[in-house]
Write a protein that binds this ligand. Structure first.
Ligand code: SF4
Ligand code: SF4
Ligand code: FES
Length: 360
C-alpha cells in the first residue's frame, strides 16, 4: 500500500503516471505508448539488461539507466527521449551492427528478424564507422532441416537461450565464453539434433537479427511476390495455437507464431511451426477414391464415394453390430467438423466409439 503522501506514481516525460508494484520503467513507458527501443527484450522473458538500448534518463542519476531492468519507485522523474539519449542509442546500434556480417536479412528468417535493421534505419546508425573483432561463428555444418545457425549475425542478446530455458524449459542452447569469444552453442558444441532441442522454433522467432533463421520459410526467399500474413489456428491439436500463415502468391511458404495468441502467446511445437508441407504436397488427395472390384483405389465422385461408404458401414453394423465400428476424427479438421463427426457416429451409427488423432 502507498500512503497519500507517497502515491505510487512517477513523472514520465513530464506527465504524472501511476504504476503497479514491481513494474519496470520500460513496462510503464510501453503502457504509456513511449516508443523506447530495445533489442534484448522480449516481454515473455525475464528482463536481461544486455543491450542497453532501452536507456532512459533518471533525474538525480549520473548516467542513463536501462529501463527494462529498473523497477519504478514513487517519485522518479524519467525522460525517455532527448538528443543525448538518441546519441547514446545511435552509438550503441553502430557498435552492435559492426559485429555482424549482414544486418539486412530476409523477413522470412523469423518473426523478430527485422528488429535490428529497423532500428538501424530509425537511428540513422548505418555509418559503418566501427570495425574490428566479431563474435559468433556460424554452424553451416549443422544439417538440421529447420534452424539456420548463422551466428556471424549474432549480437549476443541471449533471447534464444532465454526463450529456450524460460518458455520451453528445454535448455537446449547456452552461451559459451565472453566478449568477442561469445558463442551460442549446444552442450559440448554439438548439433541441434543431438541436443535436447525439440525444434519448436522459439529461438528462431525471437532472434532480432536473423542469426537463427527458419530454413523452411527461407526456401521461398527468391520468390518475387510479397509476403502476406494470414491469421489462423494450428490444425494439429486441440490447444488451438494461433499462427500467422506466411504466403507468397498462392503458396504457403512458412508459419510464424502469433505473439498475441491467447492459447500459445507466441509458442508453437515442431508440428505447428514447421510441418506445413502437406498443404501443397503432390500426394494430397483432391478427389474421393473408392476401391474397384480388383481392390484398386480409383477416383470417384462424392456421390459414389458416400454411397459406397454408407453401404460398407451398414454392412458392418448388420453383420457385426454397431459397436464393431470405431471412428477416428482428423486432428487437422476444424472444431465444427469434429462436432459433426461425433454426432454422426453417436446419433447416426449408434456407438460412442470415437476418438481423434490429436494426442501426439
Ligand atoms: S528450437 Fe526450441 S528447443 Fe530447440 S533450441 Fe530453439 S527454443 Fe530451444
Ligand atoms: S542467435 Fe539471435 S537471439 Fe540468439 S543471442 Fe544471437 S542474436 Fe540473440
Ligand atoms: S532492452 Fe533493456 S537492456 Fe536490452
Amino acid at each position: 500500500m502507498t500512503s497519500d503522501s507517497n502515491p505510487r506514481t512517477i513523472v514520465l516525460d513530464g506527465e504524472t503516471v501511476a504504476f503497479e508494484r514491481g513494474e519496470t520503467l520500460f513496462e510503464i513507458a510501453q503502457r504509456h505508448r513511449r516508443d523506447v527501443p530495445s533489442l534484448c527484450y522480449d516481454d515473455r522473458l525475464d528482463p536481461f539488461g544486455g543491450c542497453r538500448l532501452c536507456i532512459v534518463q533518471l533525474e538525480g542519476a549520473r548516467k542513463p539507466v536501462a529501463s527494462c531492468t529498473t523497477k519504478a519507485e514513487p517519485g522518479m522523474r524519467v525522460t525517455t527521449h532527448n538528443a543525448t539519449l538518441d546519441m547514446h542509442r545511435r552509438v550503441i546500434l553502430e557498435m552492435v551492427a559492426s559485429e555482424n556480417r549482414d544486418v539486412d536479412v530476409d523477413e522470412l528468417s523469423g518473426y523478430a528478424s527485422q528488429e535490428m535493421s529497423t532500428l538501424l534505419d530509425r537511428y540513422d546508425a548505418r555509418s559503418g564507422r566501427f570495425d574490428g573483432a566479431h563474435s559468433g561463428t556460424s554452424r553451416p555444418d549443422d544439417g538440421n532441416p529447420f534452424i539456420l545457425r548463422d551466428y556471424d549475425n549474432c549480437i549476443s542478446c541471449y533471447r534464444c537461450v532465454r526463450v529456450c530455458a524460460e518458455q520451453e524449459g528445454d535448455y537446449a542452447i547456452s552461451v559459451m565464453n565472453r566478449g568477442f569469444d561469445t558463442q551460442i552453442t549446444t552442450e559440448f558444441g554439438g548439433f541441434l539434433e543431438d541436443s535436447s532441442c525439440t525444434f519448436c522454433g522459439q529461438c528462431v522467432q525471437t532472434c532480432p537479427t536473423g542469426a537463427l533463421g527458419d530454413i523452411k520459410a527461407l526456401r521461398a526467399k527468391d520468390v518475387p511476390e510479397p509476403v502476406e500474413k494470414t491469421r489462423s489456428v494450428c490444425p494439429y491439436c486441440g490447444v488451438g495455437c494461433a499462427v500467422d500463415i506466411l504466403s507468397k502468391g498462392d503458396k504457403v511458404v512458412g508459419i510464424q507464431p502469433a505473439m498475441d495468441g491467447p492459447a500459445n502467446e507466441g509458442a508453437l511445437c515442431v508440428k505447428g511451426q514447421f510441418a506445413f508441407d502437406f498443404v501443397h504436397h503432390p500426394d494430397r488427395l483432391k478427389t474421393p477414391f473408392v476401391r474397384n472390384d480388383h481392390g484398386q483405389l480409383v477416383p470417384a465422385s462424392w456421390d459414389e464415394a458416400l454411397d459406397k461408404a454408407a453401404a460398407g458401414l451398414l454392412e458392418a453394423v448388420n453383420e457385426h453390430g454397431r459397436h464393431s465400428l470405431y471412428a477416428v476424427a482428423s486432428g487437422r479438421a476444424p472444431n465444427e467438423a469434429g462436432y459433426l463427426m461425433q454426432k454422426f457416429v453417436r446419433a447416426g451409427l449408434g456407438t460412442s466409439y470415437i476418438d481423434n488423432c490429436s494426442r501426439a
